[in-house]
Every structure is written in C-alpha cells, then in structure tokens.
Design a protein around this ligand. Structure first.
Ligand code: ATP
Ligand code: MG
Ligand code: MG
Ligand code: MG
Length: 563
C-alpha cells in the first residue's frame, strides 16, 4: 500500500484523557478515534492490527475443533429472562426497546443466544461435543470506560461456547482451550501468565484468566516461581480467607441464607488484602446471627470478585448494581482508605438501604435489607492478607510475588448453569433426556492489541511484535521525487509485495524527519531507507525497530532476505 492513499492521521499529542500508554499511542498512531465515551472508531491501521489478532485466534480455535459462526448483537429480553440474568445483570446491560415496545439488549456476552440455538438444533449425544465461536462486537455499559479499547463499552470479543454430554468431556475441551489460549497469546508476542480464577458455580479449578503482565493492569496476579502456582489476587485472597471462616462469616452465611427482608442491627468486619488495595467487608448481623457481607474496596469489583471476597457461593448479580446506584460510586470505591470506620459504616448505613447480599444457596439472597437505627460498629480485625513475600501455601519454601496484570482472556467451565435454566438437553445412548454441560471461553481482541503495546513501546512509539504489526516493512525513500530513489523504492515495493510481505511505501512528499517520526510512532518492525547516496554505492539501509540497529546492504540482493 501507498502511504499517500491511506488514512493514517498521526498526532503529535495524545488526548488529555488518555491515561495509559497504549491508549495514547493508538490514538497518536492513527489507529483509533473516540466517538463517544468507551466507543471507538477503528481506523485502517488499527483494523489491520485487530485483524491480525483475530486471525491468530481463529487459527487456534479452528485447531481445537471450533466452528466459527456469527450471532446477532441485539438479543431479545425473553432469553435473558429465561436464564434469570435480565433482572440481575445490572446496568452494564444496555437495554433497548423496538417500535413495538418489545425489550431487547445489546449483547454483552452470548450464553443465552448460543444455548437457545443448541437446544433447538442439537438432539443427540452423537452431535457432541460441540465447540462454537464467533468474533463479534459486544456492548457493556462499563461504569468507568477508560484506557481506550482496553476497557471500552463497545468492543470486539472472541467468545466460544462448548456443549458436552458430561463433565469429563467439558474438562477435555477446557484443557484444549488452555493450550489454544497459551498459543494465541504466545503468538501475539505477549509476556503473560495463565492464572487460576474464580471457579464459578462448580468448584475446583475450572476457571483461568490469561493475564498480560503490565504495570497499567487493573488486576493483580499472585504467583510463586518455586512451584509455578499462579492465580488472580481475589482467588489467592479467597483461599487465604477461607482458612479463617469465623472472621469473615463464610460458614455462617450458609446457615442463615434464606430470602426475604431482614433487619440489620450490627455491622462488623474489616478486611485488608494488599498494601495498595484495601477492601472492606461489612458483616451484617442481627439477633439471629450473621446475615451477610458486603464488600467495597478501592477499585471496581465485579460480582465474582465480591463473591470470592465474601466467601459465599452465590452472589446476587444485582448486588454490584444496587451498590452503585445507592452510593453513586463505582463498586469498590471507598474514598480515603483511612476514613474512621464508624464514619464509613455510617455512610453505608444511611445510603445502602436495600442492597442484595451473597448467599450459599442459589436464589437465597437477602434483598431489601433494612438497617436498624442504632448500629454497633466493631472492627473484627485484619483477616489474612496476601502480600508480596508471603510464604506460598502451595509449596515448601516458595514465596508469593504480586504483579499487575491485564485480563486478556478468560475460560470457564459453566456446568449446567445455563442449560438447566434454559432446558437445553440431549438424548443419551439409552434415549434418556440429559442436561447439556457447557464451557465458555472469551478473549478481548482490542484489549489484546492494547496489551501488546503496553509491553512493547519506547519513547518514540509502538514497537510491534512482528505478528501483530499493521505492516511488516515500511519503505522510506528519502526523496520520492528523485528518479533513481523512486525507481529503487518501487522495485523494492513490487518485489516484497510479490513475496507476500506486507509493505507500506511512504511515497509522501513530506520532510524526511516527518516520515521517520511516523515510522517510529507506528512501529513497523523493519524500515527500508532508500537514499541517493547509498544507492550510488548500490546499497540501501535496513533499520530494525525493536533494536534500533541499522546497517547498509547490497541492493536489490537484500530484498530476497526480507523479512
Ligand atoms: P474485566 O474484569 O476486565 O471487566 P470481564 O471479566 O468482565 O473483564 P469477561 O466477561 O471475562 O470480561 O470477557 C472476556 C474477555 O473480554 C476479557 O477477558 C477481556 O479480554 C474482554 N473484555 C471484557 N470487558 C471488556 C471491555 N470493557 N473492553 C474491552 N475488552 C473487554
Ligand atoms: Mg467486566
Ligand atoms: Mg474480569
Ligand atoms: Mg473475566
């Protein structure tokens, strides 16, 4: 392609709201533009990169037997009512009405839609297992969209769903997915860790996240180099906490979980997790004992994290939403962390009249919890904390390390959560009706590209890993109006294009300095600099972006050794 014909609006300055380097560089390199908060237009250069990520994902999904399909982004409310998520998903779900006043949502994920298809189209165990995936646009009305496409509201996700006759079969596919995901992120040139995450509804280690290590990450990864154990922080904390059930109430919750309105007359509890992340658990009590817990910390916590921290099996998905609504704060925000506890509790009490709680039985959550007027506030004390340097509980002699991470992928064994709710079954060998067992597997496409930039950049711009680069080679004629230079540049362009190399010919009449700056900013792995002086010697200059090394080589012979 010729630079002069492409829309690559590079910028000297990053937008003022861009906090992380990938956001700044994606905008400056002319890859993306914001249309509205968390909603981005992907420009030609950006799309080339996203397509690279998608193609790698596609190849690895196909390699484990995945079948690509494409599902609608607009989904009818009925399906979500069937699964029970319509009421519980909260404000992240963008709800819309059509002209007939029928309710729909813009899909944040596709378990309901895919389960609906499979329950209609799959009848027999002979059709199982089945792995279906798509690469498609999602919408989640995130409380705090930020970091460009890393946490957008509209974003592209690869989501895969698998359907099985039994637990064993889903486990096998889950293992395949682990391999596929490791391949995807390795091929994208990322430094990442596969970590244990919340196991969802089943128990055991059936959920893993793929975390790209980067200081800008919103998540934290706990790992031990001695034994190789790695988990996200919540999982590690939940493990630590579950060793001290009396103080966080995990056990007593099971006994008292029955739905209905309750009066609370004591608030106790205090839980510190890491030095830079304070999370408070309020344990609510009345004369009958412990009622529930409520967690807030200094960052956004999703329901799974809340559930882990509370140590309860089931968290009403509306909890996060209700907390946000009542306080006007994103879940997890507590303001100054050293606020005196009584004041903190008072703030809770006056503003959280009817939140929903965790429970140890499905649908046994308290809703509309009322606070009695006189509240006793007690600090139970610090529970177990997970900190850098803690002895690893999984081996002898190892210690925990903690790093920031970006969640780029997440795999899950779902069990029968959706197939039960939506009555998705199959006939087994004996013609008996059985419930399908499911797994689901997601990757954020834009987030993966952004994470690659977080890990591969310098003060001049992006340093693309070759597999993700929008073009592998840029040809930089020092003066394209010079006949000899133009002829050599055109030759190089034709030759490399013919070899299947993705080449961008910078045929612009701009100053050479501008062209160099853009090439560094965009981060093409290889620059071919063609100038009259070198040409007279029968040479051109090759410059490698990641090492900064440059050397002259005989032209045109060198062309056969690229890339
Ligand atoms: P997060 O914890 O960051 O909010 P999530 O756990 O809600 O992510 P999943 O439901 O597991 O996300 O979705 C699968 C993948 O989709 C994530 O691992 C991530 O790569 C991507 N993803 C999720 N939310 C966003 C978003 N708002 N913008 C871009 N990518 C996202
Ligand atoms: Mg989320
Ligand atoms: Mg997450
Ligand atoms: Mg996730």
């Amino acid at each position: 392609m010729r630079y002069s014909q492409l829309l690559i609006p590079t910028l000297k300055e990053a937008p003022s709201d861009a906090e992380v380097i990938s956001h700044k560089l994606m905008v400056r390199a002319g890859m993306i533009r914001q249309l509205a908060s968390g909603i981005y237009s992907i420009l030609p250069l950006g799309l080339r990169v996203l397509r690279k990520v998608e193609q790698i994902i596609r190849e690895e999904m196909n390699a484990v037997g995945g079948q690509e399909m494409f599902l609608p982004s607009i989904q009818p409310a009925e399906l979500w009512q069937e699964s029970g998520r319509w009421d519980f998903y909260g404000k992240e779900l963008l709800r819309i009405k059509d002209r007939h006043d029928r309710e729909f949502c813009y899909g944040p994920t596709h378990e309901e839609v895919i389960t609906d298809i499979v329950r209609r189209e799959v009848r027999s165990y002979r059709q199982l297992p089945l792995v279906l995936y798509q690469i498609q646009t999602k919408f989640r009305d995130e409380v705090r969209p930020r970091f460009g496409v890393m946490r957008g509201r509209e974003f592209t996700m690869k989501d895969a769903y698998s359907f099985h006759a039994n637990e064993q079969s889903v486990q096998a596919t889950y293992e395949d997915m682990k391999t596929a995901y490791n391949n995807v992120f390795r091929r994208c040139g990322l430094d990442f860790k596969m970590v244990e995450a919340d196991s969802g509804t089943i128990g055991g280690s059936f959920s893993h996240e793929f975390m790209v290590l980067a200081s800008s990450g919103e998540d934290a990864v706990v790992f031990c180099d001695a034994c190789g154990y790695a988990s996200n922080l919540e999982k590690a904390a939940a493990r630590a906490v579950s060793g001290t059930p009396a103080s966080n109430g995990a056990e007593s919750l099971a006994e008292v979980s029955t739905p209905g309105q309750k009066t609370v007359d004591a608030v106790t509890g205090f839980l510190k997790i890491t030095p830079d992340k304070l999370v408070k658990t309020l344990i609510l009590e009345n004369e009958n004992g412990l009622l529930a817990g409520l967690v807030r910390g200094d960052r956004q916590l999703n329901p799974i994290k809340l559930k882990n921290l509370l140590g309860c099996e089931w968290l009403h998905p509306a909890a996060e939403n209700v907390i946000q609504e009542k306080t006007g704060l994103p879940v997890g925000y507590v303001g100054p962390v050293n606020l005196p506890l009584p004041v903190y509790a008072d703030h809770e009490v006056t503003q959280m009249q009817d939140f929903v709680t965790g429970a140890n039985k499905i649908d046994a959550h308290f809703t509309g919890v009322q606070f009695a007027r006189d509240l006793k506030v007690e600090q139970v004390g610090d529970l177990r904390t997970v900190e850098e340097g803690d002895p690893c509980p999984h081996c002898d002699g190892g210690v925990y390390q903690i790093r920031r991470g970006i969640e780029v992928g997440h795999i899950f064994v779902l069990g029968t959560k959706y197939s039960d709710a939506m009555k998705a079954g199959y006939l087994d060998e004996n013609g008996k009706e059985k419930t399908l067992v499911m797994g689901c597997y997601g990757i954020g496409v834009g987030r993966t590209a952004a994470a690659a930039i977080e890990q591969n950049h310098d003060d001049k711009g992006i340093v693309w890993p070759v597999p993700l680069a929008p073009f592998q080679v840029v040809i930089l004629p020092t003066n394209y109006s010079d006949d000899a230079v133009k002829a050599a540049a055109d030759t190089a362009y034709r030759h490399l294009t013919g070899l299947g190399v993705e080449v961008l010919l910078d045929d612009r009449s701009d100053r050479l300095g501008v062209k160099f700056k853009d090439a560094e900013l965009i981060g093409f792995p290889l620059q071919l600099v063609i100038g009259p002086k070198n040409l007279e010697q029968g040479e051109i200059e090759l410059k490698t972006r990641n090492t900064g090394e440059s050397a002259t080589h005989p032209f045109p012979a060198i062309l056969d050794r690229i890339p």
